[in-house]
Design a protein around this ligand. Structure first.
Ligand code: NAD
Length: 414
């Protein structure tokens, strides 16, 4: 995954004619932490995992990025995803840098109490690294508001009441209204803007979606509310399709009860891997990385891909899709709604003030619409695809901030 994020960075760095030295400075993380997470399970036996946190850059503000609990979590993922966070926060113009981390555990095999203990051991292991002006985690795959609440509690025990140390908290613990659905809502706005470029509206299109967790469920619900038809959905345990459009609220209720879309009576099952090549106008990958590869990109039927997930498209797939004229709204733009409302949450925590939900959603819409327009302007001016243009814009913003903070003498085109 790191290779892919470096590849996309380098394509943009080529367009900017950056020197090798500047590339290295912009790509290298400032700090990478690996921590042993040791605690006990509910029977008193040892639980032992490894936690990771990569702090990529803080030139534009405190490190910011999610925590992922997944058996495949490793340093490579943390660093690649931290990189993406740096470019993402720059594209939406929020005053943060980039970070990412997580634990190589499987929360589905753990009790709530075990998860709480593992989370607290991880926070202790990151002692000195976190803080409202240092590094502010948020939810990612298999972490949620409850886990963020535990992090806030653990940190506050030694640092005083500090809601601003983490975002995506429960609303009762100074989380922001609208944060839970923010990434999915941002995906919907990004999709709406891209469809405008294609002369279409959400009400006219069909959508296939991979992943039906935080990002997928909210994006699907909001798209369906605007008249879009969600015709195929796959998760890690199954897949369901209905050419007339799935009843999204019913599918969300089913998934909440059964932990999967599998078996949903309002549609027919199909082989989950086929969701990527499903005949739909729009494809939304909202699961994990490397879903669209050199093997299946040639068979993608959608004319628009909106990347809800981080890193869902490999460089080879990206090349094939570009050649085929498929429009891709890249992850660092399409799924930036989450970090945008995380910024609103952090700002509310610092001001000790709560925004109404309408304000959160209105401001989010403005940010995503502006970011989309900014990226499209760069794409048109430099004749680039949207992904490379997004990286160009982000590198320019981060690079200019770095130049303003550090005595970089080299004349670089930032
Ligand atoms: P989640 O844990 O809530 O949901 C993940 C979903 O992906 C689940 O439905 C799971 O079944 C599905 N999935 C996993 N492996 C799959 C497979 N092989 N095939 C099909 N489906 C599979 O996670 P989430 O928070 O919705 O995150 C999803 C993606 O969005 C990740 O790439 C994450 O980094 C990215 N993202 C999340 C946020 C956020 O605010 N949560 C913000 C930005 C980006």
């Amino acid at each position: 995954m790191l290779e892919a994020s470096h590849h996309y960075f380098n394509e943009a760095a080529d367009a900017l004619d950056l020197s090798d030295q500047i590339r290295e400075i912009l790509l290298t993380p400032r700090r990478v932490l690996k921590v042993e997470v040791v605690t006990e399970d509910d029977e008193g036996k040892l639980l032992h995992f490894t936690g990771f946190r990569t702090q990529h850059t803080d030139v534009r503000g405190p490190y910011k990025g999610g925590l992922r609990y997944h058996p495949h979590m490793d340093e490579d993922h943390a660093t690649a995803l931290a990189n993406l966070m740096t470019w993402k926060t720059a594209i939406v113009g929020v005053p943060f840098g980039g970070a990412k981390g997580g634990i190589n555990c499987d929360p589905r095999q753990m009790s709530r109490q075990e998860l709480d203990r593992v989370t607290r051991a991880f926070v202790k292991g990151m002692s000195g690294m976190l803080g409202p002006t240092l590094d502010i985690p948020a939810p990612d795959v298999n972490t949620n508001a409850e886990v963020m609440g535990w992090i806030m509690d653990e940190y506050s025990q030694s640092n005083g009441f500090s809601p601003g140390v983490v975002t995506g908290k429960p609303v009762d613990l100074f989380g922001s209204l609208g944060r839970d659905e923010a990434t999915g809502r941002g995906v919907m706005y990004a999709m709406r803007e891209a469809l405008k470029d294609q002369g279409k509206s959400i009400a006219e299109v069909t959508v296939a979606m991979q992943g039906f967790g935080n990002v997928g469920t909210h994006a699907a619900r909001l798209i369906a509310e605007l008249g879009g038809k969600i015709i195929a959905v796959a998760d890690h345990l199954g897949a369901v399709e209905n050419q007339e459009g799935l009843d999204v609220p019913a599918l969300i209720a089913w998934t909440a009860e059964h932990g999967t879309v599998n078996g949903f009576p309002g549609g027919a099952p199909f082989e989950g891997a086929d969701v990527i090549t499903w005949p739909a106008d729009v494809l939304i990958p909202a699961a994990l990385e490397e879903a669209i590869t050199g093997d299946n990109a040639g068979d993608v039927r959608a004319s628009l891909i909106v990347e809800g997930a981080n890193g869902p498209t490999t460089p080879r797939a990206d090349e094939i899709l570009r050649d085929r004229g498929v429009l891709t709204v890249p992850d660092i733009l399409a799924n930036a709604g989450g970090v945008t409302v995380s910024y609103f949450e952090w700002a509310q925590n610092i001001q000790q003030f709560r925004w109404e939900l309408d304000r959160v959603n209105d401001e989010l819409e403005k940010v995503i619409v502006r970011a989309y327009a900014d990226v499209r302007t760069v794409a048109k001016e430099k004749s680039l695809d949207m992904r490379t243009a997004a990286f160009v814009l982000a590198i320019q913003r981060v690079g200019r901030a770095a130049k303003a903070r550090w005595p970089i003498r080299e004349t670089v085109r930032l």
